[in-house]
Design a protein around this ligand. Structure first.
Ligand SMILES: CC(=O)SCCNC(=O)CCNC(=O)[C@H](O)C(C)(C)COP(=O)(O)OP(=O)(O)OC[C@H]1O[C@@H](n2cnc3c(N)ncnc32)[C@H](O)[C@@H]1OP(=O)(O)O
Ligand SMILES: N[C@@H](CO)C(=O)O
Length: 216
């Protein structure tokens, strides 16, 4: 546990330009949340799930970061700023990952068992991003701020938008992003509903005609 703590401090030194000293890093809420998670996870593995939950909820109260004690987290995790980060029970995080404030490693509500994502090593999840479902985000990939990722992301990629698309792989662009004419999922859904309504209206008219003819 002390080894992990040292790895996390080193990881912050390596990756956060705002960190100026170890003393300053010791104030980071992300560091406290991960340290408390490691204790909670130990109790979880001993099947002391209630104790584990009390620790994780205390960590949430103190840091604003909620990590389920059942999640599996590798070494060197940096949760920068932290507020609003939520990590679900069956989430797995590889080594040296970086999560920013407000991101969620969650489920869609449609899966049973493994419900949350698996991040490879050295993955970055930007602020406000939601990664939802039991799929994998490959090593060294980046999830853009505010993206909503609903399917697996290969290694060395950048995924952007809602729903997220891979726009870069191995440093090369894979998709031209039209930031102005991004598809609007709400209006697409409304459009589908309108087409369905038209179809049903026509069908009702046909049936009314048929009933009228039979009545005569
Ligand atoms: C206080 C604080 O600072 S807290 C820290 C907050 N910071 C974060 O959360 C970091 C999140 N980082 C990002 O979102 C970055 O933009 C990254 C990681 C996606 C950049 O990754 P890169 O691989 O370097 O991608 P790159 O910058 O080349 O962008 C690729 C395309 O995605 C677009 N893009 C980048 N970020 C976003 C985003 N969040 N949402 C929508 N589009 C985006 C770019 O405009 C670019 O589009 P274009 O090709 O049409 O020009
Ligand atoms: N801590 C990071 C993001 O806020 C930086 O200072 O760039």
């Amino acid at each position: 546990m002390i080894r992990s703590y040292k790895d996390e401090i080193q990881s912050i030194k390596d990756r956060d330009p705002a960190a100026t000293s170890t003393l300053e890093i010791l104030t980071y809420s992300g560091l406290h949340a991960v340290a408390m998670y490691r204790v909670a996870h130990w109790f979880y593995l001993k099947n002391l799930k209630f104790v584990a939950r009390v620790i994780s909820q205390t960590a949430r109260f103190l840091t604003g970061i909620e990590i389920h004690p059942g999640a599996k987290i590798g070494k060197g995790l940096l949760i920068d700023h932290g507020a609003g980060v939520v990590i679900g029970e069956t989430a797995e995080i590889g080594d040296n990952c970086l999560l920013y404030q407000g991101c969620t490693l969650g489920g869609t509500g449609k899966d049973q068992g493994k419900r949350h994502p698996t991040l490879g090593n050295n993955v970055m999840v930007g602020c406000g991003a939601k990664v939802l479902g039991p799929f994998k985000v490959g090593d060294n990939s980046k999830i853009a701020a505010n993206a909503v990722v609903l399917e697996s992301v290969p290694p060395n990629c950048t995924a952007v938008g809602v729903p997220a698309k891979v726009v870069k792989q191995n440093g090369k662009r894979t998709l031209d992003l039209d930031q102005v004419h991004m598809p609007d999922p709400v209006s697409q859904e409304l459009c589908k509903e309108r087409i369905e309504l038209e179809r049903l209206k026509k069908r009702v008219e046909e049936l009314e005609k048929l009933i009228g003819q039979e009545g005569r």
